[in-house]
Design a protein around this ligand. Sequence first.
Ligand code: SF4
Length: 509
Amino acid sequence: MRGEETLAEVVLTMDRTLASNYRGGMFMGFSACVPKGIIPDWLYFSVFCPSVEYDEETGEVKEAPLGIRRIEAQLRREGYDVAVVHPDAVHKAIDEDTIAVGVSEIDPQGMGPATTTFTSFSGKPAYMKVCFEDLMERIRELKDRYGFGVFMGGPGAWQVAETFPRFGVDFLIMGEGEYVVGEVVRRIEEGDRGLEIVRGKPVAAEDIPTIVNPTTNGIVEVARGCGRGCKFCSPDMRELRSFPLSKILEDVDVNVRGGHEEILLHAEDVLRYKADGWRPNVEAVLELFSAVMNRPGVKRVSVSHVALSTVCQFDERLGEISEVAGVGELVPWMGAQVGVETGSPRLMAEHMPGKVAPYKVEEWPDVVEQAFGIMNDHGWVPCGTLILGLPGETEDDVMMTVELLDRLRDYKSFIVPLFFVPIGESRLSDHDFFTPEKLTEVHWEVILKCVDHDLKWLPELYEEYARANGHGPLVKLTIRALTWYGRRKIFKSALKWCPEKELVEAVLG
Ligand code: SF4
């Protein structure tokens, strides 16, 4: 344990919403986007967003987001003493010898798609924004006292590209940070206070440092980037790089030593691990799952994201992955986030033809339905996202999404509608945000159908989860009651917000 007399040279931290594992739940992460003021803070922070454990004396966290762990490993590789510290305890880790404080953020101004969607109806700020600004205020006070430099990075850095000096940030790192963060800290050490945006570069798989401490929920990166080239996505996704299995297993071991029995494999499309172009490398994916499952200390494996077009190519062989992962025995089902985005082939062709590849854009609704079917057949549960308000969207496009939702109704899944967000540096960054005022009757039909879909499947999904995790009848009853209550609450809110009362009655009444 680090004592006060040996405080680290570089302190890394994050806002309080990132210092949680959201109880390990695949769907609970969406609660990070909840607006502040909807439920009492104590309830939010104790039930939905409980804090990760941290050392009371030093403030060092037991688990931290993967991006911070990579930066920690990179800076250690370059000879710095680094501590990753809980946001409520930064004051314990900083003194006059601190060189730099680094902050990693995913959604610091609540401008990400999920947060924008959830907060735009309430008019209240997202917890992420409130917590980020509170953290930066406290760091600024410490900076005034001790004189260290501040750098910031992470997937949400674009949100403060114009405003970062206002938050006391000296260097803003945009994009992958491994190749540039050491130089930023050296410049800070030499007294440079920049006020500069530093552009990171895609890191070669063999240069990515092995983590040295556990990640939140045992998340282990298996590949970086994507290569499908959707216009609304970050430019950092341009190039797919699969990591060597040996490096992945080293990260697994670090997490097992840190107490994780379940490993969450992360990539934009885990099924494209070591893929040859669009063609998945089924044998390599099987080898990956087997190697992780056979690692001493690992009891379960789960995945973050897969692409629907890759699922279609896997077809029946997805069952082999389920078998290796013990789906139906060790875990009730395998959840995975998938991008559905729209039911309109025209919008797919306009904004994301690569997402459909190797299939034709006209086949997209069939690809989605087929992939949902394959996933369900092999014990997988897709959690799909839709985008409302893509540039150039017409009423006919949205109608096609409604039709697709009807086709998906009987597949066990979750579907979340999100507003279009012009992500900084994406090819659609000069378009406007989609906002509630722009919602048409057909958009409302999409939203209400998603709510209806999710409330239909939530009790069954939860009961399977509860059974596998030994939850008692009281917990199950409570969840059923909460689902019923939630449906009534959403029904009333929809009546308030949606101008089409008959539509609300028809779908949710
Ligand atoms: S498939 Fe997903 S990660 Fe890849 S470019 Fe499209 S939106 Fe980005």
